[in-house]
Ligand binder design. Structure first.
Ligand code: DX5
Ligand code: ZN
Length: 248
């Protein structure tokens, strides 16, 4: 069965749904009750836990350090999807790997020797991800694509939860999908920032495999219902598929 990589439709126009994976961002969790929050997310059907690490340098805030990741590791079975928004990622890879990260995702803007950084993550048995700020071109990851397990498209400028999705990042997501499929990469495509129930269908139609959502989940009482609604958005056939130049 031949399925279009861009719109997920087969030749007769039937939408072939790709599995939707949810990675709630703990940045918006209640930090007084972090263990309870993690348990609730696990029960609610999350696939990953997205952990936002900020250094007060690459981005304005300071957030989670390796000991907190190690503590989270003890209270959940979910894979830890650790997003490093830090200037000197190389210096911290060993610590985050030991803390129990399953995925370590680094910013191309902060890693001048990206190939070395990615290898150093993988040498520690951790899955390697690369991510791009909204204004950074997808071209910057083309050569590293065969080496990575995850590509993260930032759909806000990193640094804060609760921001509005930047509309142009939808097209970028579709282009990233096309690039991943064209090169035969097995990397998961994740989108982070401003993802809500309202726009989940569009983000999924653009080709995302994994949705990160912080405020959209934690601002609701029923995490399971919100996660289910976002997942269900992947089944929606009413969304107009995005087209990129590679689209047949
Ligand atoms: C932004 C972080 C995001 C953020 C997502 O710097 O990388 O993961 O916490 O939060 P929402 O879903 O509220 O935009
Ligand atoms: Zn993030």
């Amino acid at each position: 069965l031949e399925v279009c990589v861009v719109c997920g439709r087969d030749r007769v126009g039937v939408v072939i749904a790709r599995p939707v994976r949810m990675s709630p961002s703990v940045l918006s969790a209640d930090f007084d009750r972090l263990a309870e929050e993690e348990a609730a997310l696990e029960q609610a059907g999350s696939d990953f836990l997205h952990i936002d690490v900020m250094d007060g340098h690459f981005v304005p805030h300071l957030t989670i350090s390796p000991p907190i990741v190690a503590a989270l590791r003890k209270v959940t079975k979910l894979p830890l999807d650790v997003h490093l928004m830090i200037t000197n990622a190389d210096a911290f890879i060993a610590e985050f790997a030991e803390a129990g990260a399953d995925y370590l995702t680094v910013h191309v803007e902060a890693c001048p020797h990206l190939h070395r950084t990615v290898q150093s993550i993988k040498e520690r048995g951790v899955k390697a991800g690369v991510t791009l700020n909204p204004a950074t071109s997808l071209n910057t990851i083309e050569e590293i694509l065969p080496d990575v397990d995850l590509v993260l498209i930032m759909s806000v400028n990193p640094g804060f939860g609760g921001q509005t999705f930047i509309a142009s990042c939808l097209q970028k997501t579709a282009s990233a999908r096309a690039m991943i499929d064209r090169t035969g990469s097995r990397a998961l495509l994740e989108v982070d920032g401003g993802v809500k129930i309202d726009n989940a269908a569009q983000v999924l139609a653009a080709g995302a495999d994994v949705l990160v959502a912080g405020s959209a989940i934690f601002s609701t009482r029923d995490y399971a219902a919100t996660i289910a609604a976002m997942r269900a958005a992947g089944q929606s056939s009413s969304t107009t598929p995005l087209r990129v130049s590679a689209h047949r």
